[in-house]
Design a binder for this molecule. Structure first.
Ligand code: FAD
Length: 474
């Protein structure tokens, strides 16, 4: 029997439940569909498209060149494929973005009516959103009870499964709508991405290598080190998990094989995987999370309407070195350290009083790990309108954040090399440096490096005033 294996956010052959299911049914037809029609405004961003291109390239190699590529509305492509290839079954791993749930439910129903078996598996979450609920059957809104009481007391996540040894590919001669990987046109016309991809070894093997490296060198100091962007203490596995080059199960169990249970580094790392699960849980139960404030009292919040400062924020030219370092890291590598995501996020929504949608959109386009559920939940958290969110009065000070989390300035100077010669004392506040120090450091404020686009104290007070006007009741 021929079975279609529909790869989506699971670009790997190890620990892939849908692939195992397909292989156990007989010959398979592996496919990937770039469906920008169903995703509409939530289509994959530019940086993620680049990642996707190279990840598909690697997956195709693992499948001995048998992966077939398609572009268009998935429901149309699949029904045509079923007919043309005379397949009796299709298998995929579930995705949880609302537009995908809607589309996949429709496809499943449609195929079942035609007598075709459409089977979906869990290949990308440790616990699916509907599995974790409170004793009264409702879902969680606060992370700690969700994770500690809900997840850790639930049935343990699936143990990673083996890579299928002998995959048999069906011979298909009469496909019409398929195209080449290049014809998916995932790579942009301009060459900004060429240096970006040099930061990564994209694909399943790269993911396994990164996991191995992190478990050997990073996790031992994760709890403290995860806040210091110049240290190699974080895993950088987020794009791997987003595209499914690794399953969270592989990461969850591999970490526990290396580190003794009860170790605080292990606990801290596993709980970050728990935050990922929480974001999916929230998005599942609040399908409008990507667009609407979870806390409706923010609907009347006075975000600024003029957007003239956004460009400076996007391009890393705010005049606040730690903010600019983060934004430049993002643009040049497709990644930003979590501490920086919080600093630049707070700066945008609090000091610049810009709607969190602006941050969500820029991150969505620039991150290689851009994930609708995690990105939206995180921006709502930063803005204060999300579940279990940062309180509105928590406004990160970019000077003290820099001094605390980049004390030697290694991270900041790497991304803002104009400031390489400035003494540590003024690195995070160059406008406070005396003229002779600036001259000696080769800095002309307003020319070689910008003056701050807002005053910290004034903007902080404006934010506190705006937040204090929120309705008192939720
Ligand atoms: P590690 O510290 O090594 O953590 C391991 C894994 O746990 C990560 O790969 C990730 O899957 C998960 N994780 C870690 N921190 C978080 C978190 N705070 N929330 C949810 N999951 C987490 N992460 C994304 O994957 N995609 C996004 O689009 C995204 N957007 C964000 C936007 C903002 C404003 C903020 C503040 C955070 C965002 N994050 C996002 C969460 C977090 O910053 C990244 O997951 C993390 O920095 C990835 O680096 P890492 O793999 O080295 O993480």
């Amino acid at each position: 029997m021929k079975t279609i294996m529909w790869f989506r956010q699971d670009l790997r052959i190890s620990d892939n439940p849908a692939l195992l299911e397909a292989v156990s049914s007989g010959e398979i037809i592996p496919i990937y569909i770039l469906d920008d029609i169903s995703s509409q405004s939530e289509k994959i961003g530019d940086a993620s498209r680049v990642w996707l291109h190279y990840s598909l390239l690697e997956l195709n190699k693992s499948l001995s060149g048998n992966l077939r590529f398609f572009k268009g509305a998935a429901q149309e492509i699949i029904s045509e494929l079923i007919r043309v290839t005379d397949s009796k079954k299709i298998v995929w791993n579930r995705c949880y973005e609302p537009w995908r749930i809607k589309r996949d439910t429709y496809i499943k129903k449609d195929l079942n009516e035609l007598g075709i078996e459409a089977k979906s598996c869990n290949g990308s979450l440790l616990w699916e959103p509907q599995e974790i609920c409170k004793t009264d059957g409702t879902h969680y809104r606060v992370f700690t009870p969700f994770y500690r009481r809900g997840c850790l007391n639930a049935v343990p996540p699936r143990i990673p499964q083996n890579t299928p040894l002998n995959i048999k590919f069906a011979e298909i001669l009469n496909l019409k709508r398929n195209c080449s990987l290049e014809e998916l046109e995932l790579l942009p016309k301009h060459d900004w991405y060429i240096s970006m991809v040099k930061n990564w070894k994209i694909g399943e093997q790269g993911g396994l290598d990164d996991l191995d490296d992190f478990l050997k060198n990073g996790i031992v100091n994760y709890k403290m080190g995860r806040n210091i962007p110049s240290k190699k203490s974080v895993s950088r596995l987020s794009p791997r998990l987003h595209f499914g080059e690794l399953s969270p199960n592989q990461v969850w169990y591999a970490a526990q094989q290396i580190i003794e249970p009860g170790d605080s580094n292990l606990d801290s790392f596993l709980s970050e995987l728990g935050w990922r699960e929480f974001a999916y849980h929230l998005h599942f139960h609040y399908p409008s999370l990507a667009n609407e404030n979870l806390n409706p009292k923010f609907n009347s919040f006075a975000w600024k309407t003029e957007t003239n400062n956004i460009k400076a924020w996007q391009t890393g030219m705010t005049g606040y070195p730690i903010v600019d370092a983060g934004m430049r890291e993002l643009y040049q590598t497709g990644y930003m350290h979590n501490r920086l995501r919080m600093i630049v996020g707070s700066f945008l929504v609090k000091n610049l009083l810009q709607h969190w949608h602006h941050g969500r959109d820029w991150f969505h386009n620039c991150l290689v790990d851009a994930d609708l559920c995690v990105n939206s939940a995180s921006w709502q958290w930063i803005a204060g309108c999300g579940a279990d969110a940062a309180p509105y009065f928590r406004i990160f000070n970019p000077i003290t954040q820099g001094e605390k989390f980049d004390p030697e300035g290694e991270y900041t100077k790497k991304w803002v090399p104009e400031l390489i010669n400035i003494p540590k004392k003024f690195l995070f506040c160059p406008w406070q440096a005396p003229t002779e120090i600036l001259e000696k450091s080769g800095i002309q404020l307003g020319t070689t490096y910008p003056m701050p686009i807002v005053d910290l104290k004034v903007s902080r007070n404006l934010a506190l005033e705006a937040f204090s006007k929120l309705p008192k009741t939720a």
